[in-house]
Design a binder for this molecule. Structure first.
Ligand code: GLN
Length: 489
């Protein structure tokens, strides 16, 4: 039952071949068996899961099922869940129990999904290997000997979904946190167009970049999850009006339909060093696209290699402002000091980890009056140039493909400097700066037996076609991501 896709499970639930309770129990058993090893959940919610499943079974029995009734999922522990601890993987929020439900998690409830638990992540979603989590890093299920990263910041969700400890789940992508972890765990990770999915009730990192999205094993599953997540929300002022995303079944092919499809490859990325495996796989998938009728064109995003520098100014600047709210007064940790200022200092010193502190220091520095024009404004200009360049590129092509990362999952104990971690975001951050939709989809297997992903990028609100092309690439890839294949029964 663990290997079922969401699409197939829904069919079996509808025909009453399986029940939501059985499906949920199978996943809870798997969590019992592998949860500690993978460290993918910060909080497991078995009672809630079984209650959700029983309610779903009742609706199936009544003939009134909801769209994703009975599908067990993992919720990144950045989405506030009413009555369930929501930590952002930080000591600051270690014991924070929200009194409200985020819009995204509410939509999952409304769709009938079963909440298995809150998935691990980098502290406040700042990181690339989920190693900045106060609760320790989640692990990739792909290798049981030397522990590999499941990526970050949504690494708890990718670890859970790849290992069969959830059928799908949520992530957030500020600079690559859905796509990068998906790419190294053989999964599909969707960063939708900015504004398509509400950020309300999601712990803020960098508000102009933060993008909630789904993670699943197949593109069709991811599209179903995106369907329930998308839509305008009055409570989020940056939520796009009059935009939605809806699929009711499996995605239609976009190749071989007789209609022309121009697929762009980014000139500036071609000189970036990637692993020989990634290069071989990327070229093979391009050939597949060509032989299936796509026209490949070269496009230019002149400033794309400056995206990293711009991102690591803008994201920390916004983070420094967003995280100012953790002052020990309203919620979260409080360490009493001699006076108010001392309490602030002691609370923030104890509550935040090193990476979060580093971001707040960088952010405060680039927003200071001496640095604002040279750093922050300059980064904002680069951002505008990149967004404009994407818009121009999409006059020459319909969709763009590029790598999602340079190579396969690295060992968790790799000793990288902060700058080396930041550099891993090279292929992903530009899409956040431009607000365009981007999906990482399995693209092939490397020589070392680990999966590699690649991205499909589209015009703003062209999320559907992005997913349609991603589905073809997943089909060409030959990546078998069934959890029992990856880590056994
Ligand atoms: N790795 C990036 C960072 O550390 C992206 C994080 C994210 O998308 N949340 O900021």
């Amino acid at each position: 039952m663990i290997d079922l896709t969401i699409v197939d499970a829904l069919k079996k639930l509808k025909s009453r071949e399986i029940s939501a309770t059985e499906l949920t129990r199978a996943h809870l058993n798997r969590i019992e068996k592998f949860g500690a090893e993978l460290n993918c959940y910060i909080t497991v919610t078995p009672e809630r899961a079984l209650a959700d499943a029983a309610a779903a079974d009742e609706r199936y029995a009544n003939g009134t099922p909801r769209v994703l009734d009975g599908i067990p999922i993992a919720m990144k522990d950045l989405f506030a869940t009413r009555g369930i601890r929501t930590t952002a993987a930080s000591r600051m929020l270690e014991n924070f129990i929200p009194e409200y439900e985020s819009t995204i998690s509410q939509k999952y409830i409304d769709a009938g999904t079963v909440l298995l638990g809150k998935a691990n992540l980098d502290e406040f979603a700042m990181g690339t290997f989920s190693k900045t989590s106060y609760f320790g890093a989640p692990v990739s299920p792909w290798q049981r000997t030397r522990k590999l990263t499941a990526g970050g910041s949504s690494g708890g969700t990718t670890s859970a979904v790849a290992g069969g400890l959830a059928m799908g789940g949520t992530g957030t992508d500020t600079g690559g946190s859905i796509r990068f972890p998906a790419s190294i765990t053989g999964l599909v990770g969707v960063k939708p167009t900015y504004g398509l999915c509400s950020r309300w009730g999601c712990v803020a990192f960098a508000s102009s970049l933060d993008t909630p999205g789904p993670i699943a094993r197949t593109v069709d599953d991811a599209a179903l999850l995106l369907s329930i997540m998308a839509g305008h929300d009055d409570k989020d002022s940056t939520s796009a009006p009059n935009q939605n995303f809806h699929v009711s079944g499996e995605l239609e092919p976009i190749l071989g339909t007789g209609k022309k499809l121009r697929v762009g490859i980014i000139k500036e990325f071609q000189n970036v060093e990637i692993s020989p495996d990634m290069k071989r796989i990327f070229d093979a998938r391009i050939n597949d696209l060509k032989s299936n009728g796509a026209e490949i064109v070269q496009v230019s995003i002149p400033n794309i290699l400056d995206a990293l520098a711009a991102y690591y100014i803008i994201a920390p600047a916004e983070a420094s402002s967003n995280l100012a709210r953790y002052d020990g007064m309203r919620y979260g940790l409080r360490v009493d000091g001699d006076d108010l200022i001392d309490t602030y200092k002691k609370t923030r010193a104890a509550g935040f980890g090193d990476e979060v502190k580093r971001r707040m220091i960088i952010g405060t520095a680039v927003l200071s009056s001496e640095s604002y024009d040279v750093y922050f404004m300059q980064a904002a200009r680069v951002r505008r140039l990149i967004a404009n360049a994407f818009a121009r590129a999409f006059e020459q092509c319909d969709l763009i493909v590029c790598p999602a990362g340079a190579g396969t999952a690295m060992p968790l104990d790799s000793d990288l400097s902060p700058l080396e971690y930041y550099a891993l975001d090279l292929f992903t951050v530009a899409m956040n700066l431009a607000g365009v939709p981007a999906v990482s989809t399995p693209a092939g297997m490397a020589e070392n037996g680990l999966p590699l992903g690649m991205q499909v990028v589209g015009r703003r609100f062209d999320d559907l076609r992005v997913l349609q092309l991603a589905k073809h690439i997943q089909q060409f890839s030959g990546v078998d991501n069934r959890p029992t294949k990856i880590m056994g029964e």
